[in-house]
Write a protein that binds this ligand. Structure first.
Ligand code: AOF
Ligand code: ZN
Length: 375
């Protein structure tokens, strides 16, 4: 009886401290790409004696920051860490060795690290040294927190989110092509937060021709990070005057094209500082699977797709999309020829349509957001 009670208390404490470690990790969202968000807590005799998180790609790992923050010895303490400590020499020496050196007695881990360089080896090593290890605490929420890292480390392809904004009657523009603005300020501000968090933003060339967007991140009160801008442009139709070719931004502008782009156009784009990525042609368009492999090679671990309808359908059809975030505004646009979020040739049979799961519903001012995952 007593033992069971003690176990339950331990379980509760483990979850509580893991949640704190997760909240620490979250502070760095959008700054660690393509590495994970990781938080760590050192607890001794019921007191938190150290805290740390991975702040930025290339900086110290979370565990090291936690150890460096302690004022007393960590000997005999418990380490809570959202991801299995690393086993390899990378930007930094293996954290697993530091854990052993510091004399930690118990390690509570959220996720096992699927990175082939780690992959459970640290857990093994700790156990061999007689350190108690518990894994899988808050596993489900931590998988959600590190969904980008988990996808990218295992497939080398970006985690991809389509964002759409439509009127109540399902239109993304009027029949004359106007689209500014369908959703309100709050929804649009959230989109800038997403841009800040993702490493790439993708549009079809049609969107560049029609809207001439800048695709940068504008946050209300902090400085944001611009995502790399990726334009899918099979034939090289992008105007050389497009805003995205003349920005003062640390992020790259990438034009994803095919041999159908003229040599001169390619050169002119490169002279403006853009990167031109060539892919084979598939169904008269850029082979998107090939493109996404290339983006992965460029260490782009996540992509936010912001239109248009044709590109959206092709991505869904190629099974390259993980999540859809759809804003619905209480407005009526009407018009047979007004565009909808997902175009292309569409799916013919009801039994083949795509059903989203893991649904979330949220309000942004007057607008409703529905978020769901594919597969
Ligand atoms: C991090 N931060 O807090 C932890 C990581 O590129 P490196 O050498 O820093 O190694 C990155 C790998 O280390 C990463 O893919 C993950 O497997 C492991 N843990 N990485 O950037 C951290 N704990
Ligand atoms: Zn490490």
């Amino acid at each position: 009886q007593d033992q069971q009670e003690q176990q339950e208390q331990q379980e509760q404490r483990d979850q509580q401290y893991m949640r704190q470690a997760m909240e620490l990790a979250e502070k760095a969202r959008g700054r660690t790409s393509p590495n994970p968000l990781v938080g760590a807590l050192i607890v001794k005799e019921g007191k938190v004696i150290g805290k740390g998180y991975h702040k930025k790609h290339g900086d110290h790992h979370a565990e090291v920051n936690a150890f460096n923050s302690t004022k007393e010895k960590a000997e005999g303490a418990t380490l809570y860490v959202t991801l299995e400590p690393c086993f390899h020499y990378g930007n930094t020496p293996p954290c697993v060795d530091r854990v052993i050196e510091e004399g930690i007695r118990r390690v509570v881990i959220g996720l096992k690290d699927p990175n082939p360089l780690v992959g459970g080896k640290s857990i093994e090593k700790l156990k061999k040294r007689g350190i108690e290890v518990r894994e899988g605490v808050l596993e489900e929420v931590l998988k959600e927190q590190n969904r980008i890292f988990l996808e990218y480390i295992q497939t080398q392809k970006p985690y991809t989110v389509i964002k759409t904004a439509m009127s109540l009657d399902g239109k993304i523009a009027t029949s004359s092509g106007e689209s500014q603005w369908i959703t309100g300020e709050k929804a649009r501000a959230y989109v800038h937060t997403l841009r800040d968090q993702m490493s790439g933003i993708m549009v079809g060339v049609g969107t560049v021709i029609e809207d001439d967007p800048s695709l940068t991140t504008r946050l209300q009160d902090q400085k944001g990070k611009d995502p790399h801008r990726i334009v899918v442009d099979t034939r090289g139709r992008i105007p050389l005057t497009a805003k995205i070719l003349h920005l003062d931004s640390e992020a790259k502008t990438i034009i994803a094209s095919t041999e159908l782009m003229e040599e001169d156009k390619k050169k002119a784009l490169e002279d403006l500082g853009a990167t031109v990525l060539m892919s084979p042609i598939k169904n008269e368009r850029v082979d998107l699977k090939h493109l996404f492999d290339k983006l992965g090679e460029q260490k782009i671990d996540s992509v936010l797709v912001e239109g248009g309808a044709t590109l959206n359908f092709s991505l869904v059809e190629e099974a390259l999309v993980h999540r859809i975030i759809s804003f619905i505004a209480p407005k009526i646009i009407g018009g047979e020829s007004a565009k909808t979020p997902i175009g292309g040739r569409g799916i013919l049979r009801m039994e083949d349509v795509i059903t989203l799961n893991n649904l979330q519903y949220k309000h942004f001012g007057q607008d409703l957001m529905i978020q769901g995952d594919i597969r």
